[in-house]
Design a protein around this ligand. Structure first.
Ligand code: NAI
Length: 351
């Protein structure tokens, strides 16, 4: 069999290092492009068997035929989320696989880091002491112990987050469309309806996927049901929060803190260096002005262990499809957008 040819889009130095290292075991031909996949860059995929994409590489309806014409047979996402792919448009044409879990610990631990940093302002005290200023005014936080946290989405990441928050001695309420009562009993959190979460939580952290149902879950209406000065944490997907509504709520001090690893219009900015440029996005620019908003640029996943797992699962996904015709990590429109309930996913191919 000829060597499989894979085109990577949105490739960074760390992607190249970890995939080239992993490829010693697989022997594929890898080509790394820095550009995002887009209608303009799509011709770069010509002659490749698979494209390997990240969170901000879209595959829209108008791009599917172009990918087919280029000879692409597989879209291998090197991430868990798949809201950037029009699954309905690719269904029946190109298979899509993902890395369902690479390190849920990495993401949950980063969410916890956002909480601790926002609360105790260690990011600011670092700068102050570097300047020989050893005052502590303005750094007053609150004990997490005894407070209530609301976790929305108790999948792989959300469950770990519940455990971390329990470790702080918090009361943990959770909301999910599918309750995992066994996990709740083992970890010690309790399920509640969404309005109870809004009403009672001091900290709300989002761990559900972006779907039509969850888009703008956090908006003016839901914020109005929350405790004044609530802390909002989002390490899932930017569009779970209506950012304009969040900005209003921050201005009115309805929201006391926001820790965001994702932003609804992040694709133009995140993973890029704009330190010498003017930010054209007024909403992002406004968000960055708030002293109680901490933005990280989609780095929650970014640990050594996660990168290794991403490379291993992605290469396995590609190998299994081209050499054995099976797709253990397929996501597809017909199967319910990535739930693992489809028997065909388990046995092999979805279409
Ligand atoms: P998962 O699939 O294990 O869990 C998601 C949970 O959300 C499931 O239990 C599901 O039932 C629940 N859910 C779905 N719709 C819901 C709704 N309307 N309301 C409440 N719960 C709902 O996914 P996992 O691995 O825990 O990841 C969660 C999200 O984290 C991903 O969708 C992705 O967007 C994000 N993520 C972010 C990363 C980062 O670097 N910032 C890295 C990896 C994932």
């Amino acid at each position: 069999m000829d060597k499989m040819k894979i085109a990577f889009f949105d490739s960074r130095k760390y992607d190249i290092e970890s995939f080239e290292n992993m490829n010693k075991e697989y022997g594929f031909t890898l080509k790394f492009f820095e550009d995002h996949l887009s209608a303009d860059t799509l011709p770069l995929a010509k002659g490749y068997d698979a494209v390997c994409l990240f969170v901000n590489d879209p595959v829209r309806k108008d791009m599917v035929d172009g990918l087919l014409d280029a000879g692409v047979k597989l879209i291998a996402l090197r991430c868990a989320g798949y809201n950037n792919i029009d699954l309905q448009a690719v269904y029946g044409k190109i298979h899509v696989v993902r890395v369902p879990a690479y390190s849920p610990y990495a993401v949950a631990e980063h969410a916890a880091a956002l909480i601790l940093t926002l609360n105790r302002k260690t990011h600011k005290s670092y700068i102050r002491t570097k300047d020989n200023n050893f005052t502590i005014g303005g750094f007053k936080g609150f004990d997490l112990y005894g407070k209530t946290a609301g976790v929305i989405g108790t999948g792989k990441i959300g469950r770990i987050m519940c455990g971390i928050l329990k470790g702080f001695g918090m009361r943990v309420l959770a909301f999910d469309s599918y309750k995992d009562e066994k996990a709740a009993a083992e970890i010690g959190f309790e399920y509640a309806d969404i309005d109870t979460i809004y009403r009672e939580s001091d900290i709300i952290t989002l761990h559900c996927p972006l779907t039509p149902e969850t888009e703008y879950l956090i908006n003016a209406d839901s914020i109005s049901k929350m405790k004044p000065e609530v802390m909002l944490i989002n390490t899932s997907r930017g569009k779970l929060i209506n950012t304009k509504d969040l900005i209003e709520a921050l201005k009115q001090k309805r929201v006391g803190y926001a820790g965001l690893d994702v932003y609804e219009e992040e694709s133009d900015y995140f993973f890029e260096d704009y330190s010498d440029s003017v930010i054209d996005d007024d909403i992002l620019a406004r968000l960055l002005t708030f002293p109680n908003v901490l933005i990280t640029a989609h780095q929650a996943f970014f640990t050594k262990e996660a990168l290794e797992n991403i490379a291993r699962t992605t290469m396995d996904n590609i190998k299994k499809y081209f050499e054995e015709g099976v797709l253990p990590n397929e996501i597809c429109y017909r199967c319910g957008q990535g739930t693992s309930s489809c028997s065909k996913i388990k046995t092999g191919r979805c279409f």
